[in-house]
Design a protein around this ligand. Structure first.
Ligand code: NAD
Length: 241
């Protein structure tokens, strides 16, 4: 589905980003692996033939710009961006410091804005591209105890919809996936009772896997979703029902 497509995935060193990188590569893509953990990225690169490591912090504007210089220098047409890097803060509203909120916004929203800006400049040259943002069910429905995270993810949904309208004429599609409760390092710290509580609210009665989400991301990156843009698509086993 993704033969010869060049795709940048942030947050590639674990969880959904890691699995997405493997699935993209299995479908024929060349993958730029962005993340901070060099060891985990190197381990991932061993499993993928066509990949280039880009170790950087998504909140560091200069590092992000430098990464796009490297991508441009390959001379290959740039097709896809997956904004997957993210952090999730569990904290009551009264206990959330403004610096915490700013960190959630910087990683989850501002970095996606900057990456999309730089990526779309490369995509519009060829008048083709697909941007996929890792939104969240929490950004769509809200979540008590996660106001800062939810704020950042709602903003990401707003970015997704607005950008799809702005870039549509240039044939650059912008979509979001909204995972429910997925088994990754982000949710590893939940106690068993808390996990079970969420599973009980999920129609399919299980946590999602990174693969469940990666399959949707690959579809949105591929030509098979050519007429889909501006959508935030749930992949939540029915948790949002
Ligand atoms: P994860 O913790 O395994 O992955 C997040 C990745 O982002 C990590 O590799 C982390 O190192 C990276 N990252 C964080 N800050 C960074 C920074 N400043 N610079 C570079 N990389 C940075 O968790 P995941 O579940 O795979 O999360 C992937 C995305 O999916 C996130 O955006 C998350 O908000 C979203 N999501 C996850 C769930 C879930 O249940 N796991 C639900 C909804 C949305």
């Amino acid at each position: 589905m993704l033969n010869d497509k060049h795709i940048l995935i942030t947050g590639a060193s674990s969880g959904i980003g890691f699995e997405t990188a493997i699935q993209c590569a299995n479908q024929g893509a060349f993958v730029y692996l962005a993340g901070r953990n060099q060891d985990r990225l190197a381990a991932l690169q061993k499993r993928i033939k066509n990949a280039l490591l880009l170790p950087y912090d998504v909140c560091d504007e200069q590092q992000v710009k430098q990464a796009f210089v490297q991508i441009k220098q390959t001379g290959k047409p740039f097709h896809g961006l997956v904004n997957c890097a993210g952090v999730m803060l569990d904290a009551g509203f009264a206990m959330t410091r403004i610096s915490d909120l700013q960190q959630q916004l910087n990683v989850n929203t501002v970095s996606a804005y900057l990456h999309s800006q730089l990526a779309s400049r490369l995509m519009t040259r060829k008048r083709e591209g697909s941007i996929v943002n890792l939104c969240s069910i929490v950004g769509e429905q809200g979540s008590a105890g996660q106001t800062a995270y939810a704020t950042s993810k709602s903003a990401l949904s707003g970015l997704t919809r607005s950008l799809s309208k702005e870039l549509g004429k240039l044939n650059v599609r912008v979509n979001g996936v909204a995972p429910g409760f997925i088994d990754t390092p982000m949710t590893n710290g939940y106690e068993d009772a808390a996990k079970q509580n969420i599973i009980d609210k999920t129609a399919l009665s299980r946590m999602g896997t990174p693969s469940d989400v990666a399959q949707l991301i690959c579809f949105l990156l591929s030509k098979q979703s050519n007429f889909i843009t501006g959508q935030i698509i749930g992949v939540d086993g029915g948790l949002s029902l």
